[in-house]
Design a protein around this ligand. Structure first.
Ligand SMILES: *Cc1c(COP(=O)(O)O)cnc(C)c1O
Length: 492
């Protein structure tokens, strides 16, 4: 370490230089810090290795700061070092994947883990994680079983399909279906349905990766049954319909429904596949929500295979569900990629428990969090906003002002992209009529502080306001409990 700092010292401070040297000299050795009472207490809990690593890192940082002349003498007191050591150990052991408060207004948020699981599903995951299970063991026969069997019966019952299988996610479901039913052959898709779901899932790329060749038919806004019929030939492996997730084609448009498409495909002796994306297991309009395609209807319309996600509207774990005709599902299950894309016991346990909730449809809205959140009445959300407005305003004063506002939540994950749900929440604005650029940067700074809270809080910035849509806030507690920390972080 150089004895003279490379950075120029603050001007006029022989004093500062000598106090920096003093500060450096007063730093204990790693060994001494480990032998302090805090060092010994932490070592008893976490073991020597972890605590020693933390001690080395803290002291190295402090020494570096001393060299730069930036080390305050308070930072080297016994209490300060004890606290720093503890904080370093805590930070090192804190989970990296952790809960956040979703106030973005998007209920099924792909970046925030999509559907929250039902309590029943969480309990079953924990039980299966802890103990051995009959994952691939047929208890009746006392022999090796099929892992899909755990959920197949229920999936068939809920969708009217003859057979079902499960993979890691719906992207895998589409890939596997294309590979198993159409490798080396053509897959016919409407130009209006060559969608990108985000996160690099594009139908043309998936079809290519499956070793099939894409044949586009129709136009962006209109595709007719004749277009498909004319494209079917000896090299056709299947025709595929893809639900337009994340966007809507409006105005002069036409698409071919599942029933008509299945008839065209079957007349030519090729299978018809429908990728529903989200899909719903029951009619959401029953719950006052906009209608999303229902899996059972696609099956009844004659599709040989229907694929959909486990963690979108279904409200379960990440999974790709493949249901349909027994022969097609059997080919899919036998394909070598199935083994690579299979689902593990934890999501399978969650899926099993989630699907069983659908056996009591009248109770579903209370038990299934996704449905509970989507059907939450605006009045109840507004009541929560009114209860929070004052304490939040107090924590953010004097730099920000807070008001109760009506908002519009979205379902998310590509489901019903243009529909909105009447919601409510808080709008935060920069106080004192700050000019635009300053107001923007103040709001971004606030958003940053909120993300740095022990339980990060995520809102959304729109039109010079930071909005908290409270639809997904279960109780005011996680927010109220963090207000003191928030106020502290904002203090100049
Ligand atoms: C979401 C979606 C997918 C991908 O599903 P994941 O479960 O996210 O892999 C595929 N197709 C459509 C139409 C979708 O909406």
């Amino acid at each position: 370490m150089p004895s003279s700092p490379r950075l120029p010292l603050p001007r006029g401070s022989a004093d500062a230089a000598s106090s920096a040297a003093q500060a450096r000299a007063s730093l204990p050795s790693v060994d001494r810090l480990l032998r302090s009472s805090q060092g010994r207490a932490l070592s008893r809990i976490h073991g020597h290795e972890l605590v020693a690593g933390c001690a080395r890192r803290i002291l190295a940082t402090l020494r570096e700061r001393a060299c730069e002349g930036k080390l305050a003498s308070e930072a080297t007191s016994d209490e300060a070092l004890a606290q720093a050591l503890r904080a370093e150990c805590d930070a090192r052991l804190a989970p990296r994947l952790r809960g956040v408060v979703n106030l973005t207004g998007t209920v099924i948020h792909s970046n925030l883990g999509r559907a929250p699981l039902a309590e029943q599903a969480i309990e079953q995951v924990a039980a299966v994680a802890r103990e051995p299970s009959n994952l691939e063991y047929d208890l009746e026969a006392g022999a090796r079983g099929e892992r899909d069997a755990v959920v197949e019966r229920l999936l068939c019952e809920l969708t009217g399909a003859e057979a079902a299988t499960v993979v890691n996610n719906n992207a895998a479901a589409v890939l596997l279906t294309a590979a198993a039913l159409s490798r080396g052959r053509e897959i016919i898709v409407s130009r209006g349905e060559l969608v990108e779901i985000g996160g690099a899932f594009r139908i043309p790329d998936v079809i290519r990766s499956a070793g099939a060749r894409l044949v586009e038919v129709g136009t962006t806004n209109r595709t007719r049954a004749d277009d498909y019929a004319a494209a079917i030939g000896p090299r056709t492996g299947l025709v595929m319909k893809v639900h337009p997730s994340n966007f809507a084609i409006e105005g002069f448009s036409a698409a071919v429904g599942e029933r008509e498409l299945a008839a065209v495909a079957h007349a030519a002796g090729v299978p018809c596949v429908s990728d529903l994306g989200s899909g719903a297991l029951l009619d959401l309009s029953r719950h006052g929500l906009p209608r999303e395609p229902i899996v059972r209807e696609a099956v009844e319309a004659g599709c040989d295979v229907v694929t959909f996600s486990g963690d979108k509207l279904l409200g379960g774990p990440q999974a790709g569900l493949i249901v349909g005709r027994a022969a097609a599902i059997e080919r899919i299950r036998r394909h070598p990629l199935k083994r690579a894309l299979r689902v593990s016991k934890l999501p399978l346990a969650a899926l099993d428990a989630t699907l069983r909730l659908y056996l009591s449809p009248e109770r579903l809205a209370e038990r299934l969090p996704v449905l509970r959140l989507l059907t939450r009445p605006q009045a109840s959300i507004r009541t929560m906003a009114e209860a929070l407005a004052e304490p939040v305003a107090a924590a953010l004063a004097p730099r920000f002002e807070v008001g109760v506002v009506e908002l519009a939540s979205q379902i998310g994950s590509g489901s019903l992209p243009v529909e909105r749900l009447a919601s409510a929440g808080l709008a935060v604005t920069a106080a004192g009529g700050l000019r635009s650029a300053r107001a923007d940067s103040a709001l971004h700074e606030l958003a940053h502080v909120l993300r740095a809270l022990p339980v990060p809080v995520l809102g959304r910035i729109a039109g010079r306001r930071l909005l908290f849509d409270l639809r997904c806030l279960k109780s005011t507690e996680p927010l109220l409990a963090q207000l003191p920390a928030l106020a502290r972080a904002l203090r100049p």
